[in-house]
Write a protein that binds this ligand. Structure first.
Ligand code: NAD
Length: 265
């Protein structure tokens, strides 16, 4: 257990919420925040019991606050529910996201709307709801999980790329508005992380290209990542943890690539 040394619990007393934290990167972020001493509100679809057990094992208060964050008013109500459950909100991590891969001229309208709603607009709605209290207490950390696809594009991912580029712009604009407060707003841009979201793409690509999943990982997925290794969810989580620390007080409006060298090309 993260121990008796207070330096190992730098976020003790902080209240954090992570969207889409029943799985993948969001779960790793929630886990890291709780390990650092924060109380944490989880969110996401599917069975949340395993995530509650994992994150709760660090001994801080951990609650699940469900909501479909693709619906604007629900996102704003979700923040109010989190504030009620934790007694306030100091750290907001917008992580929930989905993907769909298709040529732009065949891209289903409903998939476009869904991706923009959850990957971009939910960040606006949760920030809009969370910022007044953060301003009033003059402390806050907002971290938006974008993607390498917030900086560069790939074919067949028009909605995802548009949304993630939008997240970077939204992050910068919000950071500037809050710059004179002690509320920072930053984004993190992961490369490929082996999560259910990416596993879905690997299975699709294997089917379409008549390849094994192993071939897809080597020849397609990791082709853009110079390390030829997946980034881990824990590596993304540690970057978020740093941005939530006092050491990162001077960082706002920035994006941090954790992408195995992808965008260095
Ligand atoms: P994941 O599928 O493992 O997890 C996504 C989470 O979002 C789940 O908890 C899911 O229930 C939740 N979610 C989806 N729609 C929701 C909605 N409408 N309301 C509430 N919750 C919802 O995916 P992941 O790979 O961990 O992705 C997390 C984030 O990281 C996403 O924003 C994704 O775009 C980004 N990202 C992932 C990778 C990668 O390679 N996996 C790379 C770059 C960026």
């Amino acid at each position: 257990m993260a121990g008796d040394n207070p330096n190992s619990r730098p976020l003790a007393g902080r209240r954090a919420a992570v969207t889409g934290s029943t799985s993948g990167i969001g779960l790793a972020i929630a886990d890291a925040l709780a390990r650092a001493g924060a109380d944490v509100a989880l969110n996401g679809f599917g069975d949340h019991a395993p995530a509650l057990a994992q994150v709760g094992a660090h001994g801080t208060k951990v609650v699940f606050v469900g909501a479909d964050l693709s619906k604007g008013p629900d996102s704003q109500k979700w923040v109010a529910d989190v504030q009620a459950a934790l007694g306030g909100l100091d750290i907001l991590v917008n992580n929930a996201g989905i993907q769909h891969v298709a040529p732009v001229d065949e891209f289903p309208d409903d998939k476009w709307d869904a991706i923009l709603a959850i990957n971009l607009s939910s960040n606006f709605h949760t920030m809009k709801a969370a910022i007044p209290a953060m301003k009033a207490q003059n402390w806050g950390r907002i971290v938006n999980i974008a993607s390498a696809h917030g900086l560069v594009a790939s074919p067949f991912k028009s909605a995802y790329v548009a949304a993630k580029h939008g997240v970077l712009g939204l992050t910068k604009s919000t950071a500037l508005e809050l710059a004179e407060t002690m509320v920072t707003v930053n984004s993190v841009c992961p490369g490929f992380v082996d999560t259910p979201l990416v596993r879905g793409q690997i299975a699709d690509q294997a089917r379409v290209n008549n390849m094994s999943e192993e071939q897809v990982v080597k020849q397609i997925i990791l082709a853009s990542q110079p390390t030829k290794r997946f980034v881990t969810a824990d590596q993304v989580a540690e970057t978020v943890l740093f941005l939530c620390s006092e050491a990162a007080s001077g960082i706002t409006g920035s994006s941090f690539s954790v992408d195995g060298g992808w965008t260095a090309r």
